[in-house]
Write a protein that binds this ligand. Structure first.
Ligand SMILES: *[C@@H]1O[C@H](CO)[C@@H](O)[C@H](O)[C@H]1NC(C)=O
Length: 231
């Protein structure tokens, strides 16, 4: 099983099983390859588990199918969780988590940040994401040399990326390509799809793709057309 450490920013104070959980809580995500769903494990080594009441409790020592959640990425950079009863998990004002929602509104939205990866090297089938040439600040996706991108965390799931070789931020150019030359950053969202694969999306909701000629550029908002980046 693959284990990752993520931090979730939850909009309300959430209490699971009477234990106080601060709004900057850290969880481990474990991916189940057979179902492509995730186990959410607390730092106290307990799994989020769906109870027959629809409540989510962090009380199981071992994951069962009631501990598997589907992560559904939302257009605004948040993520929703679908429990084993097919309902979305909502953080109630009382501070408890319940899987009883049919749609995603504010209470069903969670924000996260990958805390054990402060920098990203991106790779696709064509090669690494790196500079077009040694004198260019434009990124391409078919390179043998990669750029290491520092990740800065902002509010509501927004990330800024900064080239480690020139200390400049990623900027979306007019043609949709990415230039690493900005002093003020454009925001991006990271969508985790598998433990070692993620999608990148602008704050306008458009995904970054690897084009066949090696271009690294912003394309449409269709998640099925987004490139899965190995990181
Ligand atoms: C860009 O988006 C279009 C339409 O959503 C899609 O058909 C095309 O394959 C995408 N391009 C790449 C390189 O993924």
């Amino acid at each position: 099983m693959d284990v990752l450490l993520w931090i979730f920013f939850i909009g309300v104070d959430v209490t699971v099983n009477q234990d106080e959980i601060s709004d900057h809580e850290t969880f481990q995500l474990e991916f189940d390859r057979a179902t492509k769903h995730w186990y959410i494990r607390t730092m106290q080594d307990k799994y989020w588990t769906l109870e027959s009441s629809g409540g989510i409790q962090a009380n199981a020592h071992k994951g069962s199918s009631n501990s598997l959640f589907d992560m559904v990425w939302q257009g605004d950079g948040s993520v929703a969780f679908v429990a084993n009863n097919g309902k979305y998990v909502a953080a109630k004002k009382s501070g408890h988590l319940y899987a009883n929602s049919d749609k995603v509104e504010d209470m069903e939205k969670f924000y996260f940040f990958l805390i054990n990866r402060r920098s990203l090297v991106l790779k696709c089938e064509q090669g690494f994401v790196g500079y077009k040439s040694s004198t260019s600040s434009k990124l391409e996706s078919n390179k043998a040399c990669y750029e290491t991108n520092m990740v800065e965390r902002k509010d509501k799931g927004i990330c800024y990326f900064k080239g480690s070789s020139n200390d400049k931020y990623w900027r979306v150019a007019e043609d949709g390509s990415i230039d690493v030359d900005a002093d003020t950053a454009d925001g991006f969202y990271i969508e985790l799809r598998e433990p070692s694969k993620l999608c990148l999306k602008t704050t306008h909701g458009n995904y970054l793709v690897a084009d066949k000629n090696g271009a690294f550029r912003v394309n449409g908002s269709d998640p099925s057309c987004a490139t899965l980046w190995e990181y």
